[in-house]
Unconditional design. Structure first.
Length: 404
């Protein structure tokens, strides 16, 4: 995003944060219903303006990507013909620097009536979810190196002390440990026939779109849920530990707690858990629950005047409280809560996502070609930073902080 667009968005976000704080202040002092309604209206108005601006920027970015791919096909038309003639080779489109998988042919689509196969089809885009914004919660970087490393600094024995005149001064020491994550590969391919891409308008670009969208969804899901075994990365929820009540155990009256008590208890657990004395506190930046839990506990929540307790929940489908974003995600099971400082989760892109087109085996003879989507990336959470992740049941945390 260029500087001018960035300044506009930052200005809109600042105004939205201001009207949200004004509403929270009024709720805390039990202001009149009229003032609360006026504040809620201001939140919705400013929030709509911000959302419209963000949607406009995303649309412009998508159109630019489609234009790039169209131009790429035109510019490489002769090269594609040459590869086809030779029966081997590939070209790469890089926009940024288990059911059996079948061949996509002219018979892949069907009609209720007997009509020419080509005439009856009207290909469009896939209605797939876009979870890419969740990657922005991580610390993301890029590298061109075939290996990556990170080092942790760890205090050891000794430390400061008051020393009398002529007394012996105490010694302190520390150590460091360096680790090397391995890159993870995400890949899939499609096989298309020349007849299919010739007869069906936009089929080739739609096939490319499908590869990219499915790649992005798969990668985000892996960043949060992959098991960490074998060639799999380790997901953030797998790093996540269970809630430890500590001094909070049984301190709240039975039946008195709500979802915000659960969230704040998890945040407090993360904040107060340390690997060594004087370690800096971890501060979660995101909380995720299932869409059902989000509706029941935030979107439908009302105050004493029967007004929305969190009007931004319905407007933005998320709530920002104390610098922490609370949001729903379809991948979180009902009854679960994920609380974390996702900035401690590192994603290092090694080989950016690319699409390659080529001919394999006997495809030159059968008038087929292969379209491959692939990327490689490193991921890691430093050993000490794993305390910054909690993934547990809402009911379990609630029972732990309530008196029996």
């Amino acid at each position: 995003m260029d500087e001018e667009v960035k300044k506009i968005q930052e200005g809109l976000e600042a105004k939205f944060a201001l009207v949200q704080k004004n509403l929270q202040d009024l709720q805390e002092v039990s202001a009149s219903k009229e003032k609360l309604e006026e504040a809620i209206k201001a939140v919705k108005t400013q929030g709509t303006a911000l959302q419209d601006f963000i949607d406009g920027q995303q649309k412009a970015k998508l159109e630019t990507l489609e234009q790039k791919f169209s131009a790429f096909l035109k510019e490489n038309k002769e090269k594609i013909k040459e590869i086809h003639k030779n029966g081997s080779g590939e070209i790469v489109f890089d926009p940024f620097t288990d059911k059996a998988v079948g061949t996509i042919t002219t018979g892949s689509g069907t009609d209720a009536e007997t009509v020419p196969v080509v005439r009856g089809a009207n290909l469009g885009s896939f209605n797939l979810r876009n979870d890419n914004d969740l990657l922005s919660l991580c610390t993301t970087s890029s590298t061109s190196e075939p290996s990556a490393s990170y080092t942790e600094m760890i205090p050891k024995e000794g430390g400061y002390a008051f020393v009398a005149e002529g007394g012996t001064k105490p010694q302190a020491d520390f150590k460091w440990e360096t680790r090397y994550p391995t890159p993870k590969k995400v890949a899939a391919y499609e096989i298309l026939t020349e007849e299919a891409v010739t007869d069906y308008t936009r089929l080739e670009s739609i096939a490319r779109e499908y590869l990219q969208k499915k790649h992005d969804l798969f990668k985000v899901n892996a960043v949060f849920f992959a098991a960490g075994t074998g060639s799999l990365p380790t997901g953030a929820t797998v790093y996540g530990r269970t809630f430890v009540a500590g001094d909070m155990a049984g301190e709240l009256p039975n039946g008195s707690t709500n979802i915000m008590d659960v969230i704040n208890a998890a945040i407090t657990d993360i904040y107060t858990t340390q690997n060594y004395t004087d370690e800096s506190h971890y501060m979660p930046n995101v909380v995720m629950v299932s869409p059902i839990d989000f509706f029941l506990k935030f979107q439908s929540a009302k105050d004493g005047n029967n007004l929305p307790l969190y009007p931004q929940a319905s407007l933005f489908n998320q709530v920002n409280i104390g610098g922490v974003t609370i949001r729903p995600w379809a991948k979180i099971p009902a009854g679960k809560v994920f609380v974390a400082d996702m900035s401690k989760y590192h994603v290092v892109n090694y080989v950016p996502f690319s699409i390659r087109i080529g001919w394999i085996n006997s495809q030159f003879i059968t008038n087929e070609f292969t379209m491959l989507g692939e990327s490689r990336f490193y991921q890691y959470v430093k050993n000490l930073d794993q305390n910054a992740f909690i993934y547990d049941d809402i009911a379990t945390i609630q029972a732990a902080i309530e008196a029996a």
